[in-house]
Design a protein around this ligand. Structure first.
Ligand code: AP5
Length: 207
């Protein structure tokens, strides 16, 4: 398990294109969190020469499917431990505490249960609540230039299905635990940022 005196974890969840990555970057600017994106970690592993799981990850991502838990949780845990090993007192670490913002994880119940049981209890879950229509528009727009293999109509449809069937239950699980702050995510980037920032101030730094 991670040392709970040294580590605070926030999750950022929401549908594909809900703004998880965008707002995580903004919150990192505001508060100096260490940002881990499950999708980015998986894409980096996929393109790492010699990776034993690269080909497998690629198949899952292209199909919009959730990569098996043992692959994903290992990448997240290693990334947390790397940050903890590297960081010393300094920016954002005045109190010696590592604050992690993890976006796109956990997105299936097995990941949530394993993380909670074996690593640590998250402090807060930010749920980016955005309509499917808006999310689809954003992803198709991004797909024109991003080169992401899953930003096309067919993959997007599968990602929404997986989100509804497998990730929504994770959000509901954390709602029951009283950990979820819902951020209305359909406004402009600046509007959503202001809402998310206010929640973090209130629930992480004043709590
Ligand atoms: P991942 O990379 O996490 O993709 P996703 O969940 O589909 O989300 P996106 O990154 O597409 O969107 P986002 O919510 O971060 O929005 P963003 O800020 O980029 O996962 C990809 C795949 O990896 C999964 O399908 C799965 O296969 C695998 N995977 C990931 N995590 C996994 C896990 N835990 N376990 C197993 N497998 C996993 O914004 C989107 C666009 O909209 C951008 O262009 C942005 O500029 C724009 N935008 C954002 N906010 C606004 C706004 N308010 N107004 C206007 N435009 C906006």
């Amino acid at each position: 398990a991670l040392d709970s005196d040294k580590v605070t974890v926030l999750f950022v969840l929401g549908g594909p294109g809900s703004g998880k990555g965008t707002q995580s970057a903004n919150l990192v600017q505001d508060f100096g969190f260490s940002h881990l994106s499950a999708g980015d970690l998986l894409r980096a592993e996929q393109s790492r020469p010699g990776s034993e799981v690269g080909a497998l990850i690629r198949t899952y991502i292209k199909e919009g499917q959730i990569v098996p838990v043992e692959v994903t949780i290992k990448l997240i845990e290693n990334a947390i431990r790397d940050v903890l090993a590297e960081k010393r007192e300094g920016e954002g670490w005045e109190d010696g505490k590592g604050r992690f913002l993890i976006d796109g994880f956990p997105r299936k119940m097995d990941q949530a249960l394993l993380f909670d049981a074996e690593l640590c209890q998250s402090k807060l879950v930010l749920f980016m609540d955005t309509t499917e229509e808006i999310m689809r528009e954003r992803l198709l727009e991004r797909g024109k230039t991003s080169g992401r293999e899953d930003d096309n109509e067919e993959s997007i449809k599968k990602r929404f299905k997986v989100y509804k069937e497998q990730t929504r239950p994770v959000i509901d699980y954390y709602i029951e635990k009283g950990k979820v702050a819902t951020i209305p995510g359909s406004g402009t980037i600046e509007e959503v940022h202001a809402l998310a920032k206010a929640v973090v101030v209130e629930q992480v730094f004043k709590a």
